[in-house]
Design a protein around this ligand. Structure first.
Ligand code: MEV
Length: 443
Protein backbone atom coordinates (compact mmCIF):
# COMPACT_ATOMS: atom_id res chain seq x y z
CA UNK A 1 0.00 0.00 0.00
CA UNK A 2 2.68 2.44 1.09
CA UNK A 3 4.80 1.46 -1.91
CA UNK A 4 2.08 2.70 -4.25
CA UNK A 5 2.34 6.09 -2.60
CA UNK A 6 6.10 6.45 -2.86
CA UNK A 7 7.10 9.12 -5.36
CA UNK A 8 10.25 8.58 -7.37
CA UNK A 9 12.06 11.22 -9.39
CA UNK A 10 10.32 14.15 -7.69
CA UNK A 11 13.51 16.23 -7.66
CA UNK A 12 13.83 15.85 -11.46
CA UNK A 13 10.42 17.43 -12.16
CA UNK A 14 10.13 21.10 -13.06
CA UNK A 15 8.63 23.40 -10.44
CA UNK A 16 5.28 23.39 -12.23
CA UNK A 17 5.31 19.62 -12.50
CA UNK A 18 6.09 19.34 -8.80
CA UNK A 19 3.14 21.59 -8.03
CA UNK A 20 0.85 19.58 -10.32
CA UNK A 21 1.89 16.36 -8.64
CA UNK A 22 1.32 17.89 -5.23
CA UNK A 23 -2.09 19.15 -6.33
CA UNK A 24 -3.16 15.74 -7.60
CA UNK A 25 -1.89 13.97 -4.46
CA UNK A 26 -3.45 16.44 -2.02
CA UNK A 27 -6.49 17.32 -4.12
CA UNK A 28 -5.54 21.01 -4.17
CA UNK A 29 -8.03 23.39 -5.77
CA UNK A 30 -6.95 25.81 -8.55
CA UNK A 31 -7.32 28.61 -5.94
CA UNK A 32 -4.91 26.83 -3.60
CA UNK A 33 -2.44 26.40 -6.47
CA UNK A 34 -2.75 30.08 -7.36
CA UNK A 35 -2.20 30.99 -3.77
CA UNK A 36 1.04 28.94 -3.70
CA UNK A 37 2.16 30.60 -6.94
CA UNK A 38 1.30 34.05 -5.60
CA UNK A 39 4.30 33.77 -3.27
CA UNK A 40 6.71 33.42 -6.17
CA UNK A 41 8.94 36.44 -6.64
CA UNK A 42 7.87 38.71 -9.50
CA UNK A 43 11.45 38.85 -10.79
CA UNK A 44 12.19 35.44 -12.36
CA UNK A 45 15.94 35.84 -11.80
CA UNK A 46 15.48 36.43 -8.08
CA UNK A 47 13.09 33.49 -7.91
CA UNK A 48 15.63 31.27 -9.63
CA UNK A 49 18.27 32.28 -7.08
CA UNK A 50 15.89 31.46 -4.24
CA UNK A 51 14.91 28.13 -5.83
CA UNK A 52 18.53 27.13 -6.13
CA UNK A 53 19.29 27.57 -2.42
CA UNK A 54 17.44 24.37 -1.69
CA UNK A 55 15.84 21.33 -3.31
CA UNK A 56 12.32 20.42 -4.40
CA UNK A 57 11.29 24.06 -4.13
CA UNK A 58 7.68 24.86 -4.99
CA UNK A 59 7.24 28.35 -3.59
CA UNK A 60 8.56 30.80 -0.96
CA UNK A 61 7.65 31.09 2.71
CA UNK A 62 7.55 34.71 3.86
CA UNK A 63 8.71 35.95 7.27
CA UNK A 64 8.49 39.53 8.51
CA UNK A 65 11.67 41.57 8.12
CA UNK A 66 11.97 44.36 10.70
CA UNK A 67 14.52 46.74 12.12
CA UNK A 68 15.68 47.52 15.66
CA UNK A 69 16.94 51.10 15.56
CA UNK A 70 19.19 52.75 18.18
CA UNK A 71 21.47 49.80 18.89
CA UNK A 72 24.57 51.57 20.23
CA UNK A 73 27.67 49.37 20.42
CA UNK A 74 31.04 50.75 21.44
CA UNK A 75 29.74 54.23 20.62
CA UNK A 76 28.51 53.39 17.10
CA UNK A 77 24.79 53.49 16.30
CA UNK A 78 23.29 50.67 14.23
CA UNK A 79 19.89 49.97 12.74
CA UNK A 80 19.78 46.20 13.04
CA UNK A 81 17.76 44.04 10.61
CA UNK A 82 15.81 41.19 12.21
CA UNK A 83 13.80 38.40 10.60
CA UNK A 84 11.39 36.73 12.98
CA UNK A 85 7.77 35.62 13.07
CA UNK A 86 7.22 35.98 16.83
CA UNK A 87 5.52 39.21 17.85
CA UNK A 88 7.26 41.23 20.59
CA UNK A 89 10.81 40.15 19.75
CA UNK A 90 11.71 43.19 17.66
CA UNK A 91 9.78 45.44 20.03
CA UNK A 92 11.72 44.01 23.02
CA UNK A 93 15.06 44.38 21.21
CA UNK A 94 14.23 47.97 20.16
CA UNK A 95 13.07 48.97 23.64
CA UNK A 96 16.07 47.35 25.31
CA UNK A 97 18.49 48.96 22.86
CA UNK A 98 16.91 52.40 23.27
CA UNK A 99 16.92 52.08 27.04
CA UNK A 100 20.64 51.29 27.13
CA UNK A 101 21.46 53.87 24.45
CA UNK A 102 20.67 56.50 27.07
CA UNK A 103 23.12 54.82 29.47
CA UNK A 104 26.19 54.56 27.24
CA UNK A 105 24.95 51.73 25.04
CA UNK A 106 26.42 48.25 24.77
CA UNK A 107 30.10 47.54 25.18
CA UNK A 108 31.42 44.57 23.28
CA UNK A 109 34.66 42.73 22.81
CA UNK A 110 35.46 39.78 20.55
CA UNK A 111 37.62 37.43 22.62
CA UNK A 112 38.70 35.09 19.78
CA UNK A 113 37.62 33.81 16.35
CA UNK A 114 39.07 30.29 16.08
CA UNK A 115 37.03 27.39 14.66
CA UNK A 116 37.62 23.66 14.96
CA UNK A 117 37.33 20.72 12.57
CA UNK A 118 37.84 17.05 13.34
CA UNK A 119 38.76 13.84 11.56
CA UNK A 120 37.39 11.05 13.76
CA UNK A 121 39.17 7.72 13.33
CA UNK A 122 39.62 4.26 14.78
CA UNK A 123 43.16 2.98 15.28
CA UNK A 124 44.06 -0.36 16.83
CA UNK A 125 47.81 0.11 16.63
CA UNK A 126 50.15 1.73 19.11
CA UNK A 127 49.29 5.41 19.59
CA UNK A 128 52.81 6.37 20.61
CA UNK A 129 54.10 4.94 17.36
CA UNK A 130 51.49 6.91 15.40
CA UNK A 131 52.43 10.02 17.37
CA UNK A 132 56.10 9.59 16.54
CA UNK A 133 55.15 9.90 12.86
CA UNK A 134 52.97 12.94 13.44
CA UNK A 135 55.48 15.76 12.70
CA UNK A 136 56.21 14.25 9.28
CA UNK A 137 52.56 13.39 8.68
CA UNK A 138 51.36 16.89 9.65
CA UNK A 139 53.63 18.44 7.03
CA UNK A 140 52.34 16.06 4.35
CA UNK A 141 48.75 16.77 5.32
CA UNK A 142 49.22 20.54 5.26
CA UNK A 143 50.92 20.27 1.86
CA UNK A 144 47.85 18.46 0.54
CA UNK A 145 45.63 21.49 1.26
CA UNK A 146 48.11 24.16 0.14
CA UNK A 147 45.99 25.01 -2.91
CA UNK A 148 42.81 25.28 -0.81
CA UNK A 149 44.38 27.29 2.02
CA UNK A 150 46.41 29.72 -0.16
CA UNK A 151 43.42 31.98 -0.75
CA UNK A 152 42.43 31.99 2.91
CA UNK A 153 46.04 32.75 3.88
CA UNK A 154 46.05 35.74 1.55
CA UNK A 155 43.06 37.04 3.56
CA UNK A 156 45.00 36.53 6.80
CA UNK A 157 43.42 33.21 7.83
CA UNK A 158 44.16 29.53 7.29
CA UNK A 159 45.09 26.53 9.41
CA UNK A 160 46.31 27.56 12.87
CA UNK A 161 47.10 24.24 14.52
CA UNK A 162 46.76 20.51 14.05
CA UNK A 163 47.01 17.85 16.74
CA UNK A 164 46.37 14.17 17.33
CA UNK A 165 44.08 13.48 20.27
CA UNK A 166 43.75 10.21 22.17
CA UNK A 167 40.06 9.73 22.98
CA UNK A 168 40.29 6.07 24.04
CA UNK A 169 39.21 6.99 27.58
CA UNK A 170 35.78 7.71 26.16
CA UNK A 171 35.54 5.09 23.37
CA UNK A 172 37.74 2.10 22.52
CA UNK A 173 40.35 2.80 19.82
CA UNK A 174 38.93 6.27 19.13
CA UNK A 175 41.31 9.06 18.09
CA UNK A 176 40.95 12.45 16.48
CA UNK A 177 42.86 14.72 14.22
CA UNK A 178 41.78 18.08 15.62
CA UNK A 179 42.46 21.13 13.47
CA UNK A 180 42.05 24.82 14.33
CA UNK A 181 41.15 27.29 11.60
CA UNK A 182 40.86 31.02 11.13
CA UNK A 183 38.26 31.57 8.41
CA UNK A 184 38.32 35.38 8.58
CA UNK A 185 34.95 36.85 7.56
CA UNK A 186 33.47 33.65 6.16
CA UNK A 187 31.58 31.19 8.31
CA UNK A 188 34.00 28.78 6.63
CA UNK A 189 32.07 25.50 6.71
CA UNK A 190 32.93 24.51 3.14
CA UNK A 191 36.56 25.57 3.53
CA UNK A 192 36.98 23.60 6.76
CA UNK A 193 35.18 20.50 5.48
CA UNK A 194 37.19 20.47 2.22
CA UNK A 195 40.46 20.65 4.20
CA UNK A 196 39.32 17.92 6.58
CA UNK A 197 38.41 15.50 3.78
CA UNK A 198 41.90 15.99 2.35
CA UNK A 199 43.46 15.37 5.78
CA UNK A 200 41.38 12.20 6.18
CA UNK A 201 42.54 10.89 2.79
CA UNK A 202 46.15 11.81 3.66
CA UNK A 203 45.94 10.14 7.05
CA UNK A 204 44.58 6.91 5.53
CA UNK A 205 47.24 6.94 2.83
CA UNK A 206 50.08 7.65 5.24
CA UNK A 207 49.14 4.91 7.67
CA UNK A 208 47.61 2.23 5.46
CA UNK A 209 49.46 2.58 2.18
CA UNK A 210 52.96 3.85 2.84
CA UNK A 211 54.16 0.55 4.28
CA UNK A 212 55.44 1.57 7.72
CA UNK A 213 52.59 -0.14 9.49
CA UNK A 214 51.23 -3.65 8.96
CA UNK A 215 48.44 -4.12 11.54
CA UNK A 216 44.73 -3.50 11.12
CA UNK A 217 44.24 -0.45 8.88
CA UNK A 218 43.34 2.92 10.34
CA UNK A 219 39.64 3.55 9.74
CA UNK A 220 38.37 7.08 9.19
CA UNK A 221 34.84 7.32 10.53
CA UNK A 222 34.06 10.89 9.47
CA UNK A 223 35.48 14.34 8.82
CA UNK A 224 33.46 17.42 9.71
CA UNK A 225 33.75 20.86 11.30
CA UNK A 226 32.51 21.27 14.84
CA UNK A 227 29.64 23.68 15.39
CA UNK A 228 30.90 24.04 18.94
CA UNK A 229 33.27 27.01 18.70
CA UNK A 230 34.24 27.97 22.28
CA UNK A 231 37.20 29.88 20.87
CA UNK A 232 34.99 32.07 18.67
CA UNK A 233 33.56 34.10 21.51
CA UNK A 234 32.16 37.57 22.09
CA UNK A 235 31.43 39.34 25.38
CA UNK A 236 28.85 42.14 25.44
CA UNK A 237 27.80 44.10 28.49
CA UNK A 238 25.98 47.14 29.84
CA UNK A 239 26.37 48.92 33.14
CA UNK A 240 24.82 51.70 35.19
CA UNK A 241 24.27 52.81 38.78
CA UNK A 242 21.33 50.98 40.36
CA UNK A 243 19.78 54.34 41.23
CA UNK A 244 19.51 54.99 37.47
CA UNK A 245 16.78 52.35 37.38
CA UNK A 246 14.63 54.67 39.53
CA UNK A 247 12.14 55.37 36.74
CA UNK A 248 11.89 51.83 35.37
CA UNK A 249 8.75 50.80 37.26
CA UNK A 250 6.44 52.87 39.42
CA UNK A 251 5.97 50.02 41.90
CA UNK A 252 9.63 49.69 42.96
CA UNK A 253 12.83 51.61 43.54
CA UNK A 254 15.87 51.31 41.25
CA UNK A 255 17.66 49.28 43.93
CA UNK A 256 14.68 46.89 44.25
CA UNK A 257 14.47 46.44 40.50
CA UNK A 258 18.20 45.72 40.20
CA UNK A 259 18.06 43.13 43.01
CA UNK A 260 14.97 41.44 41.52
CA UNK A 261 16.58 41.40 38.08
CA UNK A 262 19.76 39.90 39.58
CA UNK A 263 17.67 37.20 41.28
CA UNK A 264 15.98 36.38 37.96
CA UNK A 265 19.37 35.78 36.34
CA UNK A 266 20.52 33.72 39.34
CA UNK A 267 17.41 31.55 39.00
CA UNK A 268 18.29 30.90 35.34
CA UNK A 269 21.80 30.03 36.49
CA UNK A 270 20.67 27.33 38.92
CA UNK A 271 17.46 25.96 37.37
CA UNK A 272 17.60 24.23 34.01
CA UNK A 273 13.88 24.67 33.26
CA UNK A 274 14.20 28.42 33.64
CA UNK A 275 17.62 28.48 31.92
CA UNK A 276 16.22 26.99 28.70
CA UNK A 277 13.50 29.68 28.47
CA UNK A 278 15.88 32.44 29.51
CA UNK A 279 18.39 31.46 26.80
CA UNK A 280 15.60 30.95 24.25
CA UNK A 281 14.77 34.63 24.72
CA UNK A 282 18.40 35.54 24.00
CA UNK A 283 18.33 33.49 20.79
CA UNK A 284 15.08 35.20 19.77
CA UNK A 285 17.30 38.21 19.03
CA UNK A 286 20.45 36.46 17.86
CA UNK A 287 18.60 34.12 15.47
CA UNK A 288 16.66 37.02 14.00
CA UNK A 289 19.91 38.83 13.15
CA UNK A 290 21.46 35.59 11.88
CA UNK A 291 18.49 34.97 9.57
CA UNK A 292 18.45 38.55 8.30
CA UNK A 293 22.14 38.37 7.44
CA UNK A 294 22.00 34.93 5.78
CA UNK A 295 23.73 33.06 8.60
CA UNK A 296 23.09 29.54 9.85
CA UNK A 297 20.98 30.02 12.98
CA UNK A 298 20.87 26.27 13.73
CA UNK A 299 24.65 26.18 14.03
CA UNK A 300 24.60 29.28 16.22
CA UNK A 301 21.93 27.84 18.54
CA UNK A 302 23.61 24.42 18.79
CA UNK A 303 26.85 26.15 19.77
CA UNK A 304 25.24 28.50 22.25
CA UNK A 305 23.38 25.72 24.05
CA UNK A 306 26.49 23.51 24.18
CA UNK A 307 28.37 26.49 25.65
CA UNK A 308 25.58 27.05 28.18
CA UNK A 309 26.25 23.49 29.42
CA UNK A 310 30.06 23.76 29.35
CA UNK A 311 30.41 23.33 33.11
CA UNK A 312 28.38 20.11 33.10
CA UNK A 313 25.06 21.81 33.89
CA UNK A 314 22.94 23.81 31.45
CA UNK A 315 22.81 27.37 32.71
CA UNK A 316 22.12 31.05 31.95
CA UNK A 317 24.14 32.70 29.20
CA UNK A 318 23.88 36.09 30.90
CA UNK A 319 25.38 37.20 34.20
CA UNK A 320 24.65 40.06 36.60
CA UNK A 321 26.71 41.55 39.38
CA UNK A 322 25.91 44.48 41.65
CA UNK A 323 28.88 45.98 43.47
CA UNK A 324 29.10 49.34 45.22
CA UNK A 325 25.77 50.38 43.71
CA UNK A 326 26.93 49.59 40.18
CA UNK A 327 24.89 47.16 38.03
CA UNK A 328 26.92 45.13 35.52
CA UNK A 329 25.07 42.82 33.12
CA UNK A 330 26.78 40.74 30.44
CA UNK A 331 26.35 38.07 27.80
CA UNK A 332 29.33 35.94 26.80
CA UNK A 333 28.92 33.27 24.16
CA UNK A 334 30.49 31.80 21.04
CA UNK A 335 28.82 32.85 17.77
CA UNK A 336 30.37 31.74 14.47
CA UNK A 337 29.01 34.25 11.96
CA UNK A 338 30.02 35.07 8.42
CA UNK A 339 29.79 38.27 6.41
CA UNK A 340 31.17 36.87 3.15
CA UNK A 341 30.37 33.66 1.30
CA UNK A 342 27.32 31.43 1.63
CA UNK A 343 23.97 33.22 1.45
CA UNK A 344 25.44 36.55 2.63
CA UNK A 345 25.88 37.90 -0.87
CA UNK A 346 23.53 35.56 -2.77
CA UNK A 347 20.33 36.25 -0.89
CA UNK A 348 19.23 39.76 -1.90
CA UNK A 349 17.83 40.51 1.56
CA UNK A 350 20.92 39.19 3.36
CA UNK A 351 23.03 41.42 1.16
CA UNK A 352 20.78 44.38 1.97
CA UNK A 353 20.98 43.60 5.71
CA UNK A 354 24.75 43.65 5.65
CA UNK A 355 24.68 46.94 3.74
CA UNK A 356 22.31 48.35 6.37
CA UNK A 357 24.92 47.44 8.99
CA UNK A 358 27.70 49.11 6.98
CA UNK A 359 29.11 45.84 5.60
CA UNK A 360 30.74 44.76 8.86
CA UNK A 361 33.47 42.19 9.21
CA UNK A 362 32.53 38.97 11.01
CA UNK A 363 33.75 40.08 14.48
CA UNK A 364 31.63 43.25 14.27
CA UNK A 365 28.59 41.16 13.32
CA UNK A 366 29.28 38.95 16.37
CA UNK A 367 29.09 42.08 18.51
CA UNK A 368 25.87 43.25 16.87
CA UNK A 369 24.10 39.88 17.21
CA UNK A 370 25.14 39.49 20.84
CA UNK A 371 24.04 43.05 21.69
CA UNK A 372 20.60 42.26 20.28
CA UNK A 373 20.55 38.99 22.26
CA UNK A 374 21.35 40.93 25.44
CA UNK A 375 18.71 43.56 24.60
CA UNK A 376 16.11 40.80 24.21
CA UNK A 377 17.10 39.15 27.49
CA UNK A 378 16.91 42.53 29.23
CA UNK A 379 13.48 43.22 27.71
CA UNK A 380 12.14 39.83 28.78
CA UNK A 381 13.50 40.04 32.35
CA UNK A 382 12.38 43.64 32.72
CA UNK A 383 8.79 42.64 31.87
CA UNK A 384 8.88 39.41 33.83
CA UNK A 385 10.12 41.09 37.01
CA UNK A 386 7.72 44.04 36.80
CA UNK A 387 4.34 43.93 35.05
CA UNK A 388 4.63 40.39 33.63
CA UNK A 389 5.10 39.32 30.04
CA UNK A 390 1.52 38.93 28.91
CA UNK A 391 0.40 42.57 28.81
CA UNK A 392 2.96 43.54 26.18
CA UNK A 393 2.96 40.18 24.48
CA UNK A 394 -0.80 39.95 24.00
CA UNK A 395 -0.94 43.57 22.81
CA UNK A 396 1.57 42.66 20.11
CA UNK A 397 -0.34 39.45 19.47
CA UNK A 398 -3.64 41.34 19.11
CA UNK A 399 -3.33 41.69 15.34
CA UNK A 400 -2.67 37.95 14.96
CA UNK A 401 -5.80 37.19 16.98
CA UNK A 402 -7.85 39.71 14.99
CA UNK A 403 -6.65 38.12 11.75
CA UNK A 404 -7.57 34.68 13.10
CA UNK A 405 -11.14 35.95 13.54
CA UNK A 406 -11.17 37.59 10.11
CA UNK A 407 -11.43 41.17 11.42
CA UNK A 408 -11.62 43.89 8.77
CA UNK A 409 -9.65 47.18 8.87
CA UNK A 410 -12.38 49.10 10.70
CA UNK A 411 -12.71 46.39 13.35
CA UNK A 412 -8.93 46.35 13.78
CA UNK A 413 -8.74 50.09 14.40
CA UNK A 414 -11.56 49.88 16.97
CA UNK A 415 -9.99 46.83 18.62
CA UNK A 416 -6.58 48.44 18.97
CA UNK A 417 -8.25 51.44 20.61
CA UNK A 418 -10.40 49.30 22.92
CA UNK A 419 -7.59 46.97 24.01
CA UNK A 420 -5.34 49.87 24.97
CA UNK A 421 -6.79 49.49 28.47
CA UNK A 422 -8.40 46.04 28.34
CA UNK A 423 -6.78 42.66 28.77
CA UNK A 424 -6.13 40.84 25.47
CA UNK A 425 -7.01 37.14 25.15
CA UNK A 426 -8.63 35.02 22.44
CA UNK A 427 -11.89 35.07 24.43
CA UNK A 428 -11.89 38.81 25.04
CA UNK A 429 -11.15 39.58 21.37
CA UNK A 430 -13.86 37.14 20.20
CA UNK A 431 -16.34 38.75 22.59
CA UNK A 432 -15.34 42.24 21.44
CA UNK A 433 -15.81 41.33 17.75
CA UNK A 434 -19.12 39.58 18.44
CA UNK A 435 -20.47 42.69 20.21
CA UNK A 436 -19.20 44.93 17.44
CA UNK A 437 -20.78 42.76 14.78
CA UNK A 438 -24.07 42.72 16.74
CA UNK A 439 -24.07 46.50 16.63
CA UNK A 440 -23.48 46.89 20.37
CA UNK A 441 -21.68 49.91 21.79
CA UNK A 442 -18.38 48.94 23.37
CA UNK A 443 -16.59 51.03 25.98
C1 MEV B 1 9.53 34.28 24.56
O1 MEV B 1 9.78 34.04 23.19
C2 MEV B 1 10.83 34.50 25.30
C3 MEV B 1 10.70 34.65 26.82
O2 MEV B 1 9.99 33.54 27.35
C4 MEV B 1 12.10 34.72 27.36
C5 MEV B 1 12.17 34.66 28.87
O3 MEV B 1 11.27 34.09 29.52
O4 MEV B 1 13.20 35.13 29.39
C6 MEV B 1 9.89 35.88 27.18
Amino acid sequence: MIENNIITGFSKLSKDEKLELLASRLGLSPEAMNSLRSFWHSDAEVQKTLDEFSENTITNYFFPYGVAPNVVINGKVYMVPMVIEESSVIAAASNGAKYWASKGGFHSEVLSTVKIGQVHFIWKGNFEELQSHFPKMRKLLLDRTAAITANMERRGGGVLAMELLDKTDALDHYYQLSVKFDTRDSMGANFINSCLEEYAAGLREYVNESGWFEGEPLQVIMSILSNYTPECTVKTWVECDVKDFGDIDSSMSGEEFARKFEKAVQIATVDVYRAATHNKGIFNGIDAVALATGNDFRAIEACGHAWAARNGKYSSLTEVSIENGRFHYSLTLPIALGTVGGLTSLHPMAKFSLEMLGNPQAPELMQIASAVGLANNFGALRSLTTKGIQIGHMKMHLLNILNTYGADDREKVLAVEYFRDHKVSYNSVAAFLASLRNGQVIN
